[in-house]
Design a protein around this ligand. Sequence first.
Ligand SMILES: [Fe+2]
Length: 195
Amino acid sequence: MFKLPKLDYEYDSLVPYFSKEMLEVHHSKHHQAYVDKLNAVMESLPSLQTKSIEDIITNLNDVPEEFRVAVKNFGGGHYNHSIFWKFLSPNGGGEPSGKLAEAIVNKYGSFQAFKEEFTKKALGVFGSGWLWLQPDLSIVMTANQDSLLSQGLPAAILGVDVWEHAYYIDYKYNRAEYIEAWWHLINWSQIEKTL
Ligand SMILES: [Fe+2]
């Protein structure tokens, strides 16, 4: 059975950018709900129960059709959130360094230009979804809880949850303020290690 991953930081450690309540509700209620619903579906899929979440959502065609949409939504929700938490740190923010910084400058001209482009696209996601940064530094959106892996794309090196459930407690409907706060939390030193 899948489990809600423990965070590498405390619920109150991303203050003032994400309040304790916002982080706690997002992790312990919203993410937990995806885990619970995924586990409920997996009870009907014994042949998949030994597989990793990455494996399952990469190979959605192996899921019997009647369960496929549920696995895509709940499995995608579990996977997307699991990586999202890893991109954050109480000591995050600022700018990347080393070869990641160089690659961003090569592709976008400057870190500031990259930040503006990513922010513009995050604000442009219609409805609920995610915005991701690929290892080649291209920016890709997925709708709802669709995952990059299900679309045959590599795992993201960075991504942001733009579902309203991610920010309504602190920022109401104001996605722009939430995205601006999120930049202060990005765990660049960890992301650099994944390249
Ligand atoms: Fe979320």
